[in-house]
Design a protein around this ligand. Structure first.
Ligand code: CA
Length: 184
C-alpha cells in the first residue's frame, strides 16, 4: 500500500516514516502543497495523510482541488488540536477523517486503517479472499481451518496485502513494484 505523507514538519516526518513503513506502507513525502497536489495527480496512492498548514498552498486548497478533479483517494487530515473549524472545513472539503496535533502515532495508524477498511469494504483488520485470511496487525496469513498461520516477511506482507486489496484485478509489474518497494 502506497501512502503520500504531506507534512512540512521535518521532525514529525522523521518520526512517522519508520512507523508507517513498519506497518507495511510504502511512503512518499511532500513538504508543501504545490508538490503534494502535483505528485498525487501523477501517481496512484492508496491513502494520503495531509497536514493542513502547509507552505505554498494550504492543505485545504490541495484537498479541494483533488476532489474537484475526482481524485477519491482516502485522506486523513492533520489539524491543530483545538481548531474545530479546521476539522469541519476539512471534512466538508472531502477528508475521510482527521487527527489533531500532537497525536500518538498509534492513533494515526488506527485511523488510517479504519479509513482504508471502509474504502475497501472490510469489516475488521484482516483481508479475506476465498480461504485465505491476512491479519493486518500481526502480518500473518492463514488458510481457513489450517493452523498454524504463517508469519510473512515485510515484502511478502506488502505484496499479499496489495493483491488482496484489489482481488480479481490485474496489477501490472510497475504497479506492484511502486506499491511494494520504497526505493528504485
Ligand atoms: Ca504544518
Amino acid at each position: 500500500m502506497k501512502l503520500l505523507l504531506v507534512e512540512d514538519d521535518a521532525e514529525l516526518v522523521r518520526q512517522l516514516r519508520p512507523a508507517l513503513k513498519k506497518a507495511g506502507y510504502v511512503v512518499e513525502h511532500a513538504d508543501n502543497g504545490v508538490d503534494a497536489e502535483f505528485i498525487a495527480s501523477e501517481e496512484d496512492f492508496d491513502g494520503i495523510i495531509l497536514d493542513l498548514g502547509l507552505p505554498q498552498k494550504s492543505g485545504l486548497e490541495v484537498l479541494k482541488s483533488w476532489r474537484v478533479a475526482k481524485k477519491n483517494t482516502p485522506v486523513v487530515i492533520l489539524t491543530a488540536r483545538d481548531s474545530w473549524q479546521e476539522k469541519v472545513d476539512g471534512l466538508k472539503a472531502g477528508a475521510d477523517d482527521y487527527i489533531g496535533k500532537p497525536f500518538h502515532v498509534e492513533e494515526l495508524l488506527a485511523r488510517l486503517e479504519a479509513v482504508l477498511r471502509r474504502r475497501f469494504g472490510q469489516t475488521d483488520n484482516s483481508l479475506k479472499y476465498r480461504s485465505l485470511v491476512l491479519d493486518l496487525d500481526t502480518q500473518c496469513v492463514t488458510l481457513t481451518d489450517q493452523r498454524p498461520s504463517v508469519q510473512l516477511t515485510a515484502i511478502e506482507f506488502r505484496l499479499l496485502r496489495y493483491l488482496m486489496t484489489y482481488p480479481g484485478k490485474i496489477l501490472s509489474k510497475t504497479m506492484l513494484s511502486e506499491h511494494i518497494y520504497e526505493e528504485e
